[in-house]
Design a protein around this ligand. Structure first.
Ligand code: NAD
Length: 256
């Protein structure tokens, strides 16, 4: 039987890129995201790669919707083998101007949803003695940048959660790892490029080279295929002794 991966925020950007690599490897995929054409995206990938898919527009701020998604997808596929917590948002502002509602939303979506998702898939993973939890953190899970208080906090938090899950999962062949990407050109980053160009009165090209990729030694955006291939390896049987890690995929940003 094919393995099943549940990937949050998989109807855009990195999540969609990871889902595509898992589809090529014949996993069944549970898609999630707030894009209005999410159901269509899931169905098209299912058809293209000959795999089974489901789609849930579950809001990662709502624990009941998270639990319902896990219950219904487990009913259909029998189990979730791989959980990829990827859904995330960003807001950039100085601490004294940071909107409280943005802080709460970022912590809920980027961090607390991973707690609820893990709790929901864990008992079945324990029972079947196989589970792979992959959290998409960020280079900002390891280092800070100014004006990103909520995001950096949420990403450091998910690295901490990953370490605990690595320890708790060990007796059950459940591994947990965090992937920490540098900049990836997705809708989330395209919005930041436009916002920063306006805020600093710079061209978008200068924002990319002088602000974003400034900290990366490799002056290229990280590709979603690189992240998808790494996630696939972490999901494999061969990765059974890799757990509790936070892996930078950041063009050398964290080497400095
Ligand atoms: P994106 O905006 O392209 O995709 C985010 C996905 O999350 C979308 O599918 C969106 O619908 C979903 N989402 C947002 N809020 C949600 C909610 N409340 N409930 C359910 N789904 C929700 O962004 P991306 O760049 O692909 O980011 C994906 C993850 O990668 C995020 O956790 C982000 O922090 C992380 N990341 C991104 C970069 C980058 O440079 N793009 C770098 C490091 C880490």
């Amino acid at each position: 039987m094919n393995r099943t991966a549940l990937i949050t925020g998989s109807t855009s950007g990195i999540g969609l890129g990871i889902a595509t690599e898992f589809a090529k490897a014949k996993y069944n995929i549970v898609f999630n995201g707030l894009e209005p054409n999410g159901a269509e995206i899931a169905a098209n990938i299912g058809k293209q790669y000959g795999i089974e898919t489901m789609f849930f527009p579950a809001n990662m701020m709502k624990p009941d919707e998270i639990k319902d998604m896990v219950t219904k997808s487990t009913e259909k596929f029998g189990k979730i083998d791989v959980l990829i917590c990827n859904a995330g948002i960003q807001h950039v502002a100085p601490i004294d101007e940071f909107p409280d509602d943005k802080w709460n939303a970022i912590i809920a979506i980027n961090l607390t949803s991973a707690y609820h998702l893990t709790k929901a898939v864990w008992p079945k993973m324990k029972e079947q003695k196989f589970g792979r939890i992959i959290n998409i953190a960020s280079a900002h899970g390891l280092v800070a940048s100014e004006f990103k208080s909520a995001y950096v906090t949420s990403k450091h938090g998910i690295v901490g959660l990953t370490k605990v899950l690595g320890l708790e999962g060990a007796p059950y062949n459940i591994t947990a790892n965090a992937i920490c990407p540098g900049y990836v050109k997705t809708p989330l980053v395209e919005k930041q490029i436009a916002d920063q160009a306006k805020a600093h009165n710079m061209s978008e090209g200068d924002v990319v080279s002088k602000v974003m990729l400034y900290k990366q030694a490799v002056k290229q955006f990280v590709s979603v295929e690189t992240l998808g291939q790494l996630a696939l390896f972490l999901a494999s049987d061969n990765a059974n002794t890799i757990t509790g890690t936070a892996m930078p995929v950041d063009g050398g940003w964290n080497a400095q």
